[in-house]
Design a binder for this molecule. Structure first.
Ligand code: FES
Ligand code: FES
Length: 180
């Protein structure tokens, strides 16, 4: 069993304390924004923020985060308004999106301690792998997010995805629209 605070909510995980935090978040807390990529600490897809620092959830057993504050992508902001989220969208630094939650959290942890990072500091703090290769845009997005955090730039909030069930069914033929 382990007690920790996840996205400001106190939770008690009645699981083997050796369970990786990744699986506690995904399977027990249904926080599936935390992704499983390699499971061996190589890719960064499982990155979360633990007590202010970016950590790889696939490598941390539940027992090691007893009493900690954990933030997942679902808790980074209530409405996608965190500067990193706004800048990733504005700079189109998202392709398939699989790596994006981990990158957003690594970037948020970086900007919390250094809101004006150099390109080298960004690359060192965000070693996450992106198979789609968004790296150049990612550097621009993190620097832009830093300017937003320093209040020298604003970005209009990204629009809410305007797609309903019928639109989704038209766009993805494998989905059927529910009966009206
Ligand atoms: S899944 Fe954790 S680093 Fe790849
Ligand atoms: S956007 Fe596809 S893996 Fe990074």
């Amino acid at each position: 069993m382990a007690r920790l605070t996840v996205n400001t909510r106190p939770l008690e995980f009645r699981m083997d304390p050796a369970t990786p935090l990744l699986w506690a978040l995904r399977d027990a807390a249904n926080l599936t924004g935390t992704k499983y990529g390699c499971g061996t600490g190589e890719c960064g897809a499982c990155m979360v923020i633990v007590d202010g620092a970016a950590r790889l959830a696939c490598l941390i057993p539940l027992s090691a985060v007893e009493g900690s504050e954990v933030t997942t992508i679902e808790g980074l902001s209530p409405d996608r308004s965190h500067p990193v989220q706004q800048a990733l969208v504005a700079e189109q630094a998202i392709q398939c999106g699989f790596c994006t939650p981990g990158i957003a959290l690594a970037a948020a942890a970086l900007l919390a301690r250094n809101a004006d990072p150099s390109e080298a500091e960004i690359k060192a703090a965000i070693p996450n792998l992106c198979r789609c290769g968004v790296y150049p845009r990612l550097v621009r997005a993190v620097q832009r997010a830093g300017r937003v955090a320093r209040r020298i730039e604003t970005i209009s909030a990204a629009p809410v995805p305007g797609i309903g069930a019928e639109d989704a069914a038209r766009a993805v033929p494998a989905i059927s629209a529910p009966p009206q």
